[in-house]
Design a protein around this ligand. Structure first.
Ligand SMILES: Cc1cc2nc3c(=O)[nH]c(=O)nc-3n(C[C@H](O)[C@H](O)[C@H](O)COP(=O)(O)OP(=O)(O)OC[C@H]3O[C@@H](n4cnc5c(N)ncnc54)[C@H](O)[C@@H]3O)c2cc1C
Length: 290
């Protein structure tokens, strides 16, 4: 597999997700480019090897167990090409790097998403959003690999909804790149927006501890955080997995929390809110089972 990308053997997945949980995986591979990724997937399928695509691991709850398959990181698949207001970006680029490049080219649209610690691919899967903007707002199309074929889907056909898309829970589609059409704007105005948004995040989110962002989706009528806080669950913990005192819709890892601790805490919150409010909270984060 060396010809397809950089390989790390027996990688500790704790180093590849923002909760800092997870077991060892036998092979972690960073394909050199899209062509190598395509050949790697063919090789893995031919040899009946399991694989899992990981972005920055900022929306996943990885299992504690050993993974005998291959984790694929797209961090080398990160090109950006700018043609006036049309931007091509590859899926492995981080949102922050993408937005920095856009701002340096006076291109406006995605700056409200600055601070979301994921990749473009992960953002598309989840239709990530913040401050009333979602990644799909300025999107033209998404290019992905499915069954060995590279396909392109127009935004209108991606079924983007609140934290959801066609790509969610479909492990057969690997997002390769996207095209955006952006507006022009003054760089300093966008920099000001970013500064304000980052400060807001710092003041309201427990960024000092490992976490994976909002645990549950908000409801139309009330935020999940308010619901959890109103039911006096802030500070409740199972081993080192805590409901944050700063933001009740965040679970934080205060040291040695396991995947099981986080899943048990999620179930405890769901059970409590169902019993007390008769509401079924829906997960925003994704529990991974290889
Ligand atoms: C502190 C903090 C703040 C956050 N704030 C926000 C916020 O404001 N708004 C928001 O929406 N989210 C937020 N998040 C959650 C998270 O950052 C986003 O959902 C992000 O888009 C996930 O990207 P990722 O690269 O980390 O994906 P991962 O967590 O690595 O993966 C998520 C899923 O996408 C799949 N995937 C990843 N890349 C690809 C690809 N190229 N092709 C196919 N499948 C792929 C994975 O297999 C997995 O199923 C926050 C998280 C943290 C830790």
């Amino acid at each position: 597999m060396e010809e397809y990308g950089e390989i790390i053997k027996n990688a500790n997945l704790k180093d590849y997700n923002t909760y800092k949980i997870g077991g060892i995986c036998k092979y972690l591979i960073k394909p050199y480019n899209i062509e190598c990724l395509k050949k790697l997937i063919e090789y893995l399928k031919e040899n009946n090897l399991k694989y899992f695509i990981l972005g920055k691991g900022s929306n996943v709850i990885l299992p504690d167990s050993i993974f005998s398959g291959v984790v694929i990181l797209l961090s080398n698949i990160n090109k950006i090409e700018i043609n006036n207001d049309i931007v091509y970006a590859e899926a492995g680029i981080t949102l922050n790097n993408l937005i920095n490049t856009l701002i340096n080219n006076n291109l406006k649209g995605l700056e409200n998403l600055y601070g979301i610690p994921g990749t473009l691919g992960g953002a598309i899967v989840q239709n990530a959003g913040a401050n009333k903007v979602t990644i799909s707002d300025y999107l033209v199309d998404v290019t992905y690999l499915e069954d060995g074929i590279i396909k392109t889907l127009k935004k209108e056909d991606c079924n983007f909804k609140y934290r959801s898309s066609n790509f969610k829970n479909d492990k057969n589609k690997i997002i390769l790149s996207c095209t955006f059409k952006l507006d022009y704007a003054n760089k300093s105005d966008m920099e000001k927006t970013i500064k304000e948004n980052l400060l807001k995040r710092k003041n309201t989110q427990p960024l000092e501890y490992p976490n994976a962002g909002s645990v549950f989706k908000n409801l139309d009528t009330i935020s999940a955080g308010k619901l959890i806080e109103d039911n006096n669950l802030k500070g409740y913990h199972i081993n080192d997995a805590y409901i944050s005192e700063k933001h009740a819709n965040f679970i934080i890892n205060k040291g040695n929390a396991t995947s099981q601790d986080i899943k048990d805490l999620i179930n405890y919150i769901k059970k409590t809110i169902k019993e007390k409010e008769n509401i079924d909270l829906e997960l925003e984060q994704e529990i991974i089972n290889y």
